[in-house]
Design a protein around this ligand. Structure first.
Ligand code: CUA
Length: 329
């Protein structure tokens, strides 16, 4: 059956409306202590606004159909006073008080683990500062969190303003050059989620996402210990050749692969690249074909990215480098 444009629009609105309530990037499917009050606030406002809208439409219908004679002046003044002044004052004061009451909860200190996240153009530099570790653990484009712990996220940016937002876990906080802003996240269920940049920051703002993994505390500790390790040795000839080429071509000027001469800090740390779900900060799914595409056509995949395309390299060199990177778990 063919749908008219109006019906198709309604169906789309309905399905979009329903899918917006779930999924890895929904603020309405809270998985964190910070997101629960925000979802509650959202529903209070939506239901309240719907009730007020119905009341206003009801009064309008009554005025148009139900009551042909005009009100007396006293009744009209009373309606204006109560409906136009007293009612909005009470409702808005109530909402403001409710909103302010939610805030101290979001500002409480963390339990010890700190994660520094810097918004870069257009990716995320991540560094884990765990209480029992002397050295921070560098990573990129992925944030892992232990279940049930309050983790302090320190947000910064070297150049332009970004905004760090994991909708299911908490509110968004701006990353402002020259200062450090803070956010505490306390995940309440395990799972994989998606974080985004919520402030327009340049050409590839929309291609600046990151994956979020909430793990049981013991699994998180094991993962962090693994993330702190140097890169694994290549296991195939192609990957071994890829490692040589990676260093020869100069990838190490921007990228670090711990345990190799590559120690650049301009771009993302690639030591455990293949253990992440995505490539190019949420732009492509992690796979060898995607790595090949990324290396050969970087600027087409992510416009204005700082990394130049290496499409001029022979295909077999690109394939060997991709094979090496695919093995960096
Ligand atoms: Cu970073 Cu938008």
């Amino acid at each position: 059956m063919a749908l008219g444009p109006a019906k198709a629009g309604l169906v789309l609105l309905g399905t979009q409306g329903l899918t917006a309530c779930s999924g890895p990037q929904s603020a309405l499917a809270p998985a964190g202590a910070g997101a629960e009050p925000l979802a509650d606030l959202f529903w209070v406002m939506v239901i309240g606004a719907a009730l007020i809208w119905l009341a206003v439409i009801g009064v309008a219908v009554y005025a148009a159909r139900g009551r042909p004679e005009p009100h007396r002046e006293r009744t009209a003044s009373a309606l204006l006073l109560w409906g136009g002044l007293a009612f909005p004052t009470v409702v808005l004061t109530g909402l403001l008080t409710y909103g302010l009451m939610l805030m101290p909860e979001l500002r409480a200190p963390g339990d010890g683990l700190r994660i520094a996240v810097s918004g870069e153009q257009w990716w995320w530099r991540v560094s884990y500062h765990a209480p029992r570790r002397t050295e921070p653990v560098p990573s990129a484009n992925e944030v892992r969190l232990p279940l049930g712990q309050r983790v302090e996220i320190e947000l910064s940016s070297p150049d332009v303003i970004h905004s760090f937002w994991i909708p299911p876990l908490g509110g968004k906080v701006d990353m402002i050059p020259g200062r450090v802003t803070r956010l505490v996240l306390e995940p309440t269920r395990t799972g994989e989620f998606r974080g985004v940049c919520a402030e327009f920051c340049g050409t590839s703002h929309a291609l600046m996402a990151f994956s979020v993994v909430v793990m049981e505390a013991a699994a998180f500790d094991a993962w962090l210990a693994q993330e702190a390790e140097a890169a694994s040795e290549p296991t195939t000839d192609a990957a071994t050749r890829g490692r040589e080429l990676f260093v020869q071509v100069g990838c190490g000027a921007c990228h670090a692969v711990r345990g190799t001469p590559a120690a650049g800090t301009i771009g993302p740390d690639l030591t455990h690249l293949a253990s992440r779900a995505t490539l190019g900060a949420g732009t492509l799914p992690m796979s060898e074909p995607a790595l090949i595409r990324w290396i050969a056509h970087t600027e087409e995949v992510k416009p204005d990215v700082r990394m130049p395309s290496f499409g001029a390299l022979p295909d077999e060199h690109i394939e060997a480098i991709a094979a090496y990177l695919e093995g960096l778990e």
